[in-house]
Design a protein around this ligand. Structure first.
Ligand code: PRP
Ligand code: MN
Ligand code: MG
Length: 181
């Protein structure tokens, strides 16, 4: 079959489960920011789906901006050395910044990104990630909003890719072994 969902071995979270959790996160964020304007920063490309759904579920005033970073050297292992491929258009001075990510794996990308954005004079910097893997606990990083803690499995969908594919799935799942072998 050439249907994208047919490549999944197991669905971890359905479209409905993700939407319900994103709405809970949005309600919590609206409450915490108490009517303050939020500068929501999405990390390309994985965060596009959660960004689009989260901001539409918020009642707060928001502005949106995007960053693209590369956390990998020559190998496939995350090095912790992050390069900015596309920087923000906005000045962060005095702003309440909320970084939005699809997943925290090693935590190295976000740990670097958070301190980088904190150095630009914002009023605050918090993180919202849909998914978090257990590895992230090895890095000291304060993540205020987490959708779901997941096991250490390779997951795709809802922004998450395998070789740039599967981002368009409306659910999150594991790939069938024959796909990556
Ligand atoms: C993935 C994911 C996070 C990051 C997490 O992005 O979307 O941004 O890796 O990894 P870490 O916690 O180990 O640093 P990727 O670099 O694959 O780029 P993409 O968003 O364009 O897929
Ligand atoms: Mn990413
Ligand atoms: Mg990726």
């Amino acid at each position: 079959s050439n249907a994208v969902k047919a490549d999944l071995a197991h669905v971890l979270y359905t479209k409905e489960e993700i939407q319900a959790r994103v709405e809970e996160l949005a309600a919590q964020i609206d409450k915490d920011y108490e009517g303050r304007e939020i500068l929501v920063v999405g990390v390309l490309k994985g965060a596009v789906m959660i960004m689009a759904d989260l901001v539409r579920a918020l009642n707060s005033h928001v502005t949106m901006d995007w960053m693209a970073v590369s956390s990998y050297g020559s190998g496939t292992q995350s090095s912790g050395v992050v390069r900015i491929l596309k920087d923000l258009d906005s000045d962060l001075m005095g702003k309440h910044v909320l970084i939005v990510e699809d997943i925290i794996d090693s935590g190295l990308t976000l740990s670097w990104l958070k301190s980088n954005l904190e150095s630009r004079g914002p009023a605050s910097v918090e993180i919202c990630a849909l998914l978090r893997k257990p590895e992230a606990s090895k890095v000291q990083i304060d993540v205020k909003y987490v959708g779901m803690d997941i096991p250490n499995e390779f997951v795709v969908g809802y922004g998450l890719d395998f070789a740039e594919k599967y981002r368009n799935l409306d659910c999150v799942g594991t790939l069938a072994p024959h796909i990556y072998q």
